[in-house]
Structure formats: structure tokens, C-alpha cells
Design a protein. Structure first.
Length: 117
């Protein structure tokens, strides 16, 4: 069983920065891709950013230019650097691992990010 553990969520003022981490219990290079999602109260979970095993990245338009996804294959960690945070970024942020083949995706338990004055 693969475990994903997110950390780094916090309460921050608008304009502030946070870096989220996702620690994975298995080599992240073995996954087809890794991703960060978020879910705000009353809203559906949405994709924030993703990164492939070869390092290609994709970022949602709502956070483009502010959020950056990266990974450390040696440490089996995935990061989400969040800058210029806005109140609408408030959500629980989840890490997801997408296996190769037809296996089910793996999810972490989430970490809360709250942006307010």
C-alpha cells in the first residue's frame, strides 16, 4: 500500500507564501505522474498542478504564475510552492499519485490552507 502524507498547510495573510510537501512511501519515479488538488468548502475537488515522471508540468489557469509544482525523486517528495496567495486559494490541498497502467490512484489525507486577514 502506498502512503502519501501532505504537510505545510497553514493560516496565511493575502499576498503571503506557503510551500506544501507530499511525502510518498514509494519511489515517485515509479508513478506516471503526481498532482496537487484542492477542495474548498461546498465546491468540487479541482486539479491545481501536475508533474510527470519526466518532469513535465501543468498548472491550472487560476494559479498560473503564482503556484509551482516540483519534485525530488531522491527524497520521494512532491512540492507545491504557492506565492501571492489569495482568499480564494483557501481549501484543503491533496496530493495524488497516478500509477502506471490501470491501478487506482493514491491520495493523501490533505492539508488545510487558509488565506485571510
Amino acid at each position: 500500500q502506498v502512503q502519501l502524507v501532505e504537510s505545510g498547510g497553514d493560516l496565511v495573510q493575502p499576498g503571503g507564501s506557503l510551500r506544501l510537501s507530499c511525502a510518498v512511501s514509494r519511489s515517485i519515479f515509479s508513478f506516471r505522474s503526481m498532482a496537487w488538488y484542492r477542495q474548498a468548502p461546498g465546491k468540487q475537488r479541482e486539479l491545481v498542478a501536475s508533474i510527470t515522471s519526466l518532469g513535465g508540468t501543468s498548472t491550472a489557469d487560476s494559479v498560473k504564475g503564482r503556484f509551482t509544482i516540483s519534485k525530488d525523486n531522491a527524497e520521494n517528495k512532491v512540492y507545491l510552492q504557492m506565492n501571492s496567495l489569495k482568499p480564494e486559494d483557501t481549501a484543503v490541498y491533496y496530493c495524488k499519485a497516478v500509477p502506471r497502467g490501470t491501478l487506482n490512484d493514491y491520495w493523501g489525507q490533505g492539508t488545510q490552507v487558509t488565506v485571510c486577514t
